[in-house]
Design a protein around this ligand. Structure first.
Ligand code: DNO
Length: 392
């Protein structure tokens, strides 16, 4: 397993020399400044790679090469968008980057309702509160049909939260929900969000699956030829959000994706945090089933509440069995060695972290503070070393 760390390039307040001190040797990054749908130029990729190399690390995974919304929605003539995606892949491969993470979440990426929820021992974490999500959908956005998706007690709590909330509370909630996308992405206010949601009106899960199938058919053959590995990131949280159908949320969905195009180039980012937030999901079982197609790993833990709320727990706390995950992944690496595969070292990163100690004084992307992530990295490093030693 190779320790890696997400870095947001010039948008990041954490520098490469600081990251080097965490012990990570791999960098996970993207050309966040390039708008969706445009080709990533070779020289810009090379410059970014060389900058990382000069700091003593390697750019090991591209997270993410995002898909233009038209591809997910299946609107218009997509020829130029698929061509641009393939060209970006070719440019990345030419500069030595072969592992590409992306997601197929319509419109918005990860979703939380609180960016600084208190943690009992001090510090803060990201949290998804069913009550607040319902309050947002019903009382701020006024989304038709939202009431049918929550149990009565959550609806009642949502009405109470809204009645007691100040404008500042509501602004903070909108900001938290819209915060999932770093870099040069669209941000919505309530009106523009309504407009954006309307562009998905009438699209069902099977429509989105058909659009995803088309994407795979268009790009996986190229990735195959280039010796690349694409790895889809699961939905976060793994459920429909704002009425938008999500199709990479559970074991059945992932079975579908893997079967939709049977090639190593069509792989999975194992995100234990995203999958772990689904009450019916068993991340260890999913990892076992699809081990040979996992190309990148996000290790994170969550603690779930019965009403669908969850919060990001410390990396070894929470509901997911991290030692079990370590066992599966380390066994998979051995299996790959025995099989003669070349991709025998899985890149992983501590995904998110609590904001701890001086993290609060430093502006970083929500979920991506220095000290909290370094704690997660160090704890997980210990687990991986111990499991490795016990199983070799
Ligand atoms: C959140 C991340 C996601 C992830 C994308 C991958 O912190 O895990 O934003 O990068 O969904 O495309």
């Amino acid at each position: 397993m190779q320790e890696s760390w997400r870095w947001y390039g010039d948008l990041d307040t954490i520098s490469l020399p600081e990251i080097r001190q965490t012990g990570a040797t791999g960098i996970v990054t993207a050309l966040h400044e390039i708008p969706y749908g445009q080709v990533w130029p070779r020289d810009t990729i090379a410059q970014r790679r060389d900058r990382i190399r000069a700091a003593g690390m390697e750019w090991v995974v591209c997270e993410s090469l995002p898909l233009h919304e038209d591809i997910k929605r299946g609107t218009g003539d997509l020829t130029h968008l698929f061509a641009a995606y393939r060209q970006s892949l070719a440019n990345m491969a030419a500069e030595g980057i072969h592992t590409i993470c992306y997601n197929f979440m319509p419109l918005i990426d990860w979703t939380r309702t609180d960016l600084t929820a208190p943690v009992s021992g001090g510090g803060s974490c990201l949290r998804f509160e069913a009550t607040k999500m319902a309050a947002f959908e019903l009382h701020m956005l006024g989304r038709q049909g939202a009431a049918d998706e929550y149990p009565p007690d959550v609806l009642e709590n949502a009405a109470q939260w809204f009645a007691a909330s100040t404008q500042a509370d509501r602004d903070a909630l909108l900001n938290a929900i819209m915060c999932g996308l770093p870099g040069a992405y669209d941000r919505y206010d309530i009106d523009s969000l309504r407009g954006a949601l309307a562009t998905y009106d009438g699209l069902t899960k099977s429509d989105i699956r058909a659009n995803y199938q088309r994407f795979l058919d268009e790009v996986i053959p190229t990735a195959d030829e280039l010796g690349m590995r694409l790895c889809v990131h699961p939905d976060d949280p793994p459920r429909d959000i704002l009425g938008l159908p999500r199709i990479v949320s559970n074991a059945d969905d992932i079975d579908w994706v893997m079967a939709a195009y049977a090639s190593p180039a069509n792989g999975l980012t194992l995100c234990t945090g995203s999958l772990g937030a689904g009450p019916g999901n068993d991340p260890v079982a999913i990892a076992e089933t699809h081990a040979s197609r996992i190309h990148f790993v996000h290790l994170r833990n969550v603690r779930k509440d019965p009403d669908g709320s969850f919060e990001e727990a410390a990396h070894l706390d929470g509901d997911t069995d991290m030692t079990g995950i370590a066992r599966v992944l380390l066994a998979e690496e051995k299996r790959r060695v025995a099989e003669g595969r070349t991709d025998t070292t899985l890149p992983w990163r501590p995904d998110h972290g609590h904001a701890l100690l001086s993290d609060a004084d430093r502006q970083s992307f929500p979920g991506y503070p220095l000290i909290g992530r370094m704690r997660g990295l160090a704890e997980l490093r210990g687990v991986l070393h111990a499991v490795q030693a016990m199983t070799s």
